[in-house]
Design a protein around this ligand. Structure first.
Ligand SMILES: Cc1cc2nc3c(=O)[nH]c(=O)nc-3n(C[C@H](O)[C@H](O)[C@H](O)COP(=O)(O)O)c2cc1C
Length: 406
């Protein structure tokens, strides 16, 4: 019987198993998870979300820690974005390089270490920081970069003078042919097509590339539309769907429809190697449909899928843009600041929950913003419970093998 492992993903001169683990920030797709999948011949992504903070935690650096300490004295004031300092671009370079090379140095096997680079993570100085982040990934020796969370109108140009620009694998994550067409136009200006396209559907975890009508869209329909349009343009670029692909049967049905591989994430959130706490992993296993929310609480402006039990919801934390500030727009402003100031705290001195938005940088960095794909409700079908009534965490290897039926 045919199984996903009978297919291969070919990207130029490289050949992989047809399974990609999507980047899961902040350090949920850990170095350990990525290395395991790569050992088994797959592509797996590190996420470049909030890397300076991740480095402080993983390697004891002080990129963010010192700023957090200085910031404490301002906790009880109304927040004024004029106080927000510009972020230090060299810090970004150092952190990004350290984080990626730490994994690349340990690589074994034929898979690929890729990094997911989100355009929307701006920290107030957009192009300068984006360029630094992209080039540090290339310098650190990653096999590939997936450009996500934005149209990436400048990203190809920003990398184009790097010696690895023509050799590294570069992909773009989109949710429609329309977005891909815009990207292809900008890519053609530097004469460099993407090596692959990830089409992310409405059931994915993290931020969604859809509006409030997300439920009207279907991944397979978008995949076929993108493949047909590429063909019409005479372009032969592998297309990789992601979002709601839960098991080997799902993967096979997409491969048979013409997908070059599949991108998955939610199944790996509960693995032993995942960066989530054990408490959060059990919450993911226990999730029922009523516990999954597609919400506008992210200050990035994108919809965000998360569990209603996420500790971040309805918090009244003062904005943390001074020490963190990853979700600030190009003018250095964050939507959470407005939502926080609108509670009237400055005038009344009474702390009320901020319902409209969450201070995502702070909460996601503390693993208390529990984002997930819609198939989170099915995780409980995949493992047994131990004698204490807790779900037994699978290994990354186990989940990779289940997807590929190796
Ligand atoms: C916990 C979690 C964190 C994620 N973080 C990111 C991220 O940092 N950047 C990004 O582009 N996508 C992120 N995603 C999206 C995944 O990379 C992936 O494309 C998608 O979730 C696949 O769908 P599935 O989860 O239904 O398998 C995240 C997904 C999850 C579940």
């Amino acid at each position: 019987m045919t199984a996903p492992h009978d297919y291969r993903l070919t990207l130029g001169d490289r050949d992989f198993a047809p399974l990609m683990i999507g980047g899961m920030g902040v350090d949920i797709s850990t170095s350990e998870m990525v290395l395991e999948a790569v050992r088994l011949g797959c592509i797996a992504h590190l996420s470049d979300a909030m890397i300076p903070a991740v480095c402080d935690r993983n390697f004891g650096t002080k990129f963010v820690r010192s700023k957090v300490d200085n910031h404490r004295r301002l906790q009880n004031e109304a927040y004024d974005e004029n106080r927000i300092p510009k972020h230090d671009v060299h810090e970004y370079r150092q952190a990004q390089f350290q984080y990626v090379s730490h994994t690349v140095e340990k690589k074994q096997g034929t898979g690929g270490i890729f990094v997911n680079c989100m355009e929307k993570v701006q920290a107030g100085s957009p192009q300068e920081i984006l360029e630094i982040r992209l080039k540090a990934i290339l310098d650190a020796g990653a096999d590939g970069i997936s450009l996500s969370a934005g149209l990436h109108g400048h990203s190809m140009r920003l990398m184009s003078d790097h010696p690895r620009f023509r050799d590294v694998k570069i992909g773009i994550v989109v949710s429609s042919w329309r977005a891909l067409k815009i990207f292809l136009r900008t890519a053609s200006k530097v004469n460099r097509l993407p090596d692959y396209v990830v089409v992310e559907g409405p059931l994915a975890g993290g931020h969604l590339g859809f509006g409030e009508d997300w439920a009207n869209y279907d991944l397979k329909t978008i995949l076929i539309d993108v493949m047909q349009n590429l063909k019409q343009e005479g372009l032969s670029i592998p297309v990789i769907p992601g979002g709601g692909i839960f098991d080997a049967a799902d993967a096979l049905s997409f491969l048979q429809a013409g997908a070059a591989a599949v991108q998955v994430a939610t199944r790996f959130t509960v693995t032993q190697e995942s960066g989530l706490s054990d408490h959060a992993k059990q919450a993911y296993f226990n999730a029922e449909e009523k516990d999954v929310l597609v919400s506008g609480v992210s200050p990035t402006g994108y919809l965000f899928r998360l569990l209603t039990s996420s500790p971040c919801l309805n918090s009244n934390l003062a904005p943390q843009c001074i020490p963190l500030g990853y979700a600030m727009d190009p003018k250095g402003h964050c939507q959470y600041i407005d939502a926080y100031n609108a509670t009237g705290f400055a005038e009344s001195g009474v702390k009320l929950p901020v319902l409209e938005k969450v201070c995502l940088c702070h909460h996601i960095g503390r693993y208390d913003s529990w984002t997930c794909g819609s198939t989170v409700t099915r995780l409980k079908e995949t493992v047994a419970k131990n004698s204490n009534g807790l779900y037994i965490l699978p290994s990354t290897e186990q989940v990779v093998r289940e997807y590929l039926e190796m």
